[in-house]
Design a protein around this ligand. Sequence first.
Ligand code: HSE
Length: 430
Amino acid sequence: MQSAYRPIRIGLLGAGSVGSQVAKLLIENQSELAKRVGAELSLTGIAVRDLKSKRDAELPAELFTTDAESVILGSDIVIELIGGIEPAKTWVMQALNSGADVITANKALIAACGPELFALADQLGAQLYFEAAVAGAIPIIRPLRESLAGDRIDRVMGIVNGTTNFILDRMESTGADFDEALAEATALGYAEADPTADIEGFDAASKAAILASLAFHSEVPVEKVHREGITSVTAMQIETAKQAGYAVKLLAICERVESGGLVARVHPTLIPLEHPLAAVRGAYNAVFVEAQSAGRLMFYGAGAGGPETASAILGDLVSAAKRHLAGGPGLADSTHANLEALPVQFVNTRFQITLEVRDKAGVLAKIASVFAGHGVSVETVQQSVAPNNAALLTIMTHVASERDLEAVVAALEADDSVVLVASVIRVEGL
Ligand code: HSE
């Protein structure tokens, strides 16, 4: 294709499973992409740490270098796919300072340093794109930033970590306990050798911070995201949930709260089996958005994977390249609403509490009075027999505040008719 424009130079930092696919697709689809953009996209260099590492795709050897700076300084658009904070942050800043636009899939970097990087990009008239940073292939950043920019979003609930969704799904479908399901996830390559970031909810918390800041036009530091992982989810909790008509999911929930601020939280959550998020199985991701005018929307798909994540990167690349040709400012980061990110105690929700209690006269009334005494209304109570003259009570509350529920749990733990508070889990999506 003849174009009035010189080729746009693309530099790639990192050639792991996503980077290799980005390079492969960029080369394979060069002429089609050129037609969509209106100029050729020329991959000019790929910076890697080790030239000898095995790649997921066959790529021209002459593109590879260990000199990241030469790739950055020789590019109009830099794609950062190395992950982690450093040296990614330094290189992204160097790229922006050199006049390049930047595309990244780095959720940790955007969640931790987003405001600083967006301010720098804004000051330089450059753009920072990050569609692949949340939920891999699923378009969710652009819908929040653009398609829904005229609406008011009240809530975003997402399954944004495929590894934990796979583990919880296996626990549900096979009755496995957490360790067995984690071992299976590791054997199948879903979980990394060190799975901490996934199973302790750090990965989902970074994504929650990004989603909350976009949905509510506010700065949401990742440290303000309430985080609980899935390591203490038991086979018993999953079975109890299933019998009551619920699935256990690790959800990232970002919402406006009554006091006027926002709360972002990540924790295992019960959702009714009829809720669309309950149907998200295996390592898939989904983001459920509740907006004032648009109503309920769900975005579903692959949250990770080389070609899948490369699709989101290439979408950003076409946008960045078009802006490069058209000039003018891109989308500014919008934090104008400036809502305060509040602690989880500001949330009102329902809870399911499972207790092992002594099975004798008056215990049920005593337990009920603990709930009533803290203003927490009970919706249902189910009792079953447990060993050693104990009974298992599964109690579902009406909507209650976190503060009141914390007080109930403390009182139950101190009560001599309670053998064990076996589980406290929040319930959403009713
Ligand atoms: N480790 C993430 C997950 C994928 O399991 O979903 C990348 O964000």
